[in-house]
Design a protein around this ligand. Structure first.
Ligand code: AMP
Ligand code: ZN
Length: 110
C-alpha cells in the first residue's frame, strides 16, 4: 500500500522517532505547528480516527502513545488533535494523533 506513515512504521522512510511500543510509533512532525509537535500513529494501517475507533486495541495503543510522549517530554499541557477528512485538514490517510505543546493552545482561540 502506498501510505507514507506505513512506510515510516516499516522504516522505509526516515523519521525522527521519539518512542514506540508494539502498537504505536511516535515521531516528530516534519513541519511543526508548535514548539512541540509529535505524531502518534497506530502501527496497523487505519485510515482515520473513525477506523481507529473500530479497533479498540489500536485505539488504546495510540492513546497510550500520547501519554508516553507527554511523560517523556515532561509536558504538563498539550493538545491532542485528530483531523478527519481533507476538508478538516487531513492530508495523510493513516490515522494519527497530533500532540501539540509549547505555545498557547486553548480552544476556542481568543
Ligand atoms: P494531517 O494534515 O492531519 O493529515 O497531518 C499530517 C501531518 O504529517 C502534517 O502535520 C505534516 O506536516 C506531517 N508530515 C508529512 N510528511 C511527514 C514526514 N515525512 N515525516 C513527519 N511528518 C510528516
Ligand atoms: Zn498506513
Amino acid at each position: 500500500m502506498d501510505c507514507l506513515f506505513c512506510k515510516i512504521v516499516a522504516g522505509e522512510i526516515p523519521a525522527a522517532v521519539l518512542a514506540q511500543d508494539t502498537g504505536w510509533l511516535a515521531f516528530e512532525d516534519i513541519d511543526p505547528k508548535a514548539p512541540v509537535h509529535v505524531l502518534v500513529v497506530p502501527k496497523r494501517h487505519l485510515a482515520d480516527v473513525g477506523e481507529l475507533g473500530s479497533d479498540p486495541q489500536a485505539a488504546a495503543a495510540v492513546l497510550a502513545g500520547v501519554g508516553a510522549v507527554a511523560r517523556q517530554l515532561g509536558l504538563t499541557a498539550y493538545r491532542t488533535v485528530f483531523n478527519t477528512g481533507a476538508e478538516a485538514g487531513q492530508s495523510v490517510f493513516h490515522a494519527h494523533a497530533h500532540v501539540l505543546s509549547g505555545r498557547n493552545l486553548t480552544w476556542p482561540p481568543g
